[in-house]
Design a binder for this molecule. Structure first.
Ligand code: BTN
Length: 262
């Protein structure tokens, strides 16, 4: 996949901008300029978002210029049952891109958080749908790069590349590495499907597979044991009754004692 970058100093949300471009560009009578602005591999980036969004409609705040804020426009050819692999793929791309910079290791937490030493360095929001009969997806990635502190309260303790490395890294360098990894993983996924993603993803999630976790779903918390990943990308847990259950949506906290809930 060729990656073409469109950069904004400020926008509401790079995911929202990517979706607007998809909607405009896929209209049957769209002008060429609109079609060009939404080809697969277009990545919308920004120095700052005025209404960055996270999963479950949470806010994603940033200080201008301190993060990678990027949304990739994709047109998946795989069957919808396999799209659960896309958030995992995006997390894996970030894991691969950050690993050379962080020799202490970079972990993945289901479904798509990237952690360093138990702290969250990256959040991912994949949105997808159909326009007419054209499937589309936007993989939105926010990476903390230059933050020295994080005022406010967070569901999961945050960190940045600067805090973990103790040296400055350019956001452009991080974006380039992520784009390269995401492009390669996505091309392979389009051809082969999710199984190779799931296998590699699990190798970076050994801290939580298996582990006792708290599963947050629809406002309720459940104590379950995470034991694996299904071919769909769903988390396999042993539930309260000791039965295997596949979890498709939700949030997970590990029993590390490090969490600060809102
Ligand atoms: C999460 O952890 O809940 C996901 C956060 C995703 C944030 C990124 S920043 C770039 C893109 N634009 C958005 O509005 N959200 C994603």
């Amino acid at each position: 996949m060729n990656i073409t970058r469109i950069h904004f100093e400020s926008t509401d949300s790079t995911n929202a901008e990517a979706k607007r471009r998809i909607r405009e560009g896929l209209k049957p009578d769209a002008a060429d300029v609109h079609r060009a602005g939404c080809v697969e591999g277009t990545v919308i980036t920004a120095d700052h978002q005025t209404s960055g969004r996270g999963r479950f409609d949470r806010q994603w705040e940033d200080m201008a210029g301190q993060s990678v804020l990027a949304s990739y426009i994709l047109y998946p050819r795989r069957a919808p049952e396999e799209w659960g692999g896309l958030p995992l793929l995006a997390g894996l791309a970030v894991q691969r891109a950050l690993s050379p910079l962080l020799p202490g290791g970079v972990q993945l937490k289901w479904p798509n958080d990237v952690l360093v030493d138990g702290k969250k360095i990256c959040g991912i929001l994949v949105e997808s749908g159909m326009l007419g009969n054209q499937p589309w997806a936007v993989a939105g990635i926010g990476i903390n790069v230059l933050q020295r502190e994080f005022p406010g309260s967070y569901r999961y303790p945050p960190t940045s590349l600067l805090l973990e490395r103790g040296q400055l890294t350019e956001t452009g360098e991080v974006l380039q590495a992520v784009s390269m990894e995401l492009g390669a993983l996505y091309d392979r996924w389009q051809n082969e499907g999710s199984s190779f993603v799931i296998e590699e993803w699990k190798t970076h999630a050994q801290h939580m597979l298996p582990a006792d976790i708290v599963l947050h779903q629809d406002g309720a918390d459940r104590d379950v044991r995470a034991i694996g990943l299904a071919p769909s990308g769903a988390l396999i847990v042993l539930n309260e009754k000791g039965e295997h259950e596949e979890v498709y949506a939700g949030d997970v906290s590990l029993h590390t004692g490090k969490e600060t809930e809102e």
